[in-house]
Ligand binder design. Structure first.
Ligand SMILES: Cc1cc2nc3c(=O)[nH]c(=O)nc-3n(C[C@H](O)[C@H](O)[C@H](O)COP(=O)(O)OP(=O)(O)OC[C@H]3O[C@@H](n4cnc5c(N)ncnc54)[C@H](O)[C@@H]3O)c2cc1C
Length: 300
């Protein structure tokens, strides 16, 4: 971590909670499901789809895991009853991946099953590299049973091209491809931005070429351009892919993607644990701290 990043990260806990709240508001829909529904309705009205993420921390007991699964079931019920154009994104550590992987698989399977009954898709977010193998194993198992589940691959991981190839063997893979947000050691992940972008493009091309459904998740206009180029060259129908962005980031890029006629899904995090979540994310990746500080100055 360079000196500037270290200073930024050290400074974050000194920022009073209401101020963190003020700047997080842009990236987080609110504390309640009602807040999230309101934001998704607005996005749907403006021609965008959404994916709902219930903010939470890694859990330590089966009760906590069950409670996280129950919350997601409530979200699924509301998506259906409110007729929202939305799906859900789930972090498996919230359902106990690191505590008891078998139990996690069991209760997450129930969430996917319930989502299928309601006609809703479930995306498994990808966490740090200690979770990759187990997360992909759970996705692989469930994908054989369900057609409404997909996973995330991170272009910064050295293993990702091989993972994509092996997961695509059954011909029905469903991915979100992103750069990756955690700070990983060099032996595991590319650190060079240019290399990460080249790997993103390489993996995206293979995925689209081999018939996988892909959520192209990035705010990097160079990668959005590569995505649009590949879609055009391969002559893909809109139903085969979508672009994805985080809530609160780069509204101009949103307009550019929509104006070009592509589908766009916005990632909408919400929940009571927004403060702990925001602080953890800021500590995990100083680049985000940099964005927060940049926004502080832009708004001043
Ligand atoms: C829909 C979606 C889902 C994601 N899911 C996962 C996941 O499951 N696992 C995972 O590891 N990562 C996930 N990510 C995060 C991703 O891995 C990247 O860390 C993040 O998107 C930044 O990379 P970028 O491609 O946008 O390019 P960058 O080069 O990092 O960003 C391009 C520009 O976008 C802006 N920007 C990017 N991120 C932010 C931000 N947070 N706040 C303000 N401005 C920003 C900046 O202006 C920046 O210059 C997800 C991202 C998206 C969009």
């Amino acid at each position: 971590m360079n000196v500037i990043n270290r200073v930024l990260v050290a400074g974050i806990p000194l920022v009073p909670k209401p101020i963190v709240g003020f700047f997080s508001r842009r990236y987080i829909a609110g504390e309640t499901l009602e807040d999230a529904v309101r934001v998704v309705r607005e996005l749907n009205r403006d021609g965008m789809m959404a994916t709902l993420d219930v903010l939470g921390e890694e859990i330590n007991t089966r009760e906590e895991a069950r409670s996280a699964a129950d919350t997601y079931k409530q979200v699924l019920a509301v998506i259906q009853s409110e007729k929202l154009d939305a799906n859900v994104s789930v972090k498996l550590t919230q359902m106990g991946l690191k505590h008891d992987a078998r139990f996690c698989r069991e209760i997450f399977r129930q969430v996917v099953h319930e989502a299928r009954q309601r006609g809703i898709f479930v995306r498994i977010d990808m966490e740090d590299s200690t979770c990759t193998g187990e997360t992909l194993a759970i996705y692989g198992d469930l994908r054989r049973e369900f057609d409404n589940v997909g996973v995330v691959l991170q272009a910064y991981l050295r293993r990702t091209a091989a993972d994509a190839d092996s997961l695509m063997q059954d011909g029905r893979a469903n991915f979100r491809l992103c750069k990756g947000i955690y700070v990983e050691p060099r032996l595991i992940a590319y650190g060079d931005k240019e290399l990460i972008n080249r790997n993103f493009t390489l993996v995206l091309e293979r995925m689209l070429h081999d018939g996988a459904y892909v959520g192209i998740a990035t705010h990097d206009e160079r990668l959005v351009w590569e995505g649009m180029r590949l879609v055009r060259e391969l002559g893909l129908l809109k139903e085969r892919y979508e672009f994805q962005m985080l809530l609160g980031v780069d509204s101009e890029l949103r307009k550019i993607i929509l104006a070009a006629g592509h589908r766009l899904r916005i990632y909408v995090p919400f929940g009571e644990k927004w403060y702990r979540y925001s602080m953890r994310r800021l500590r995990e990746n100083p680049q985000i701290a940099r964005y927060v500080f940049q926004n502080v100055f832009r708004r001043a």
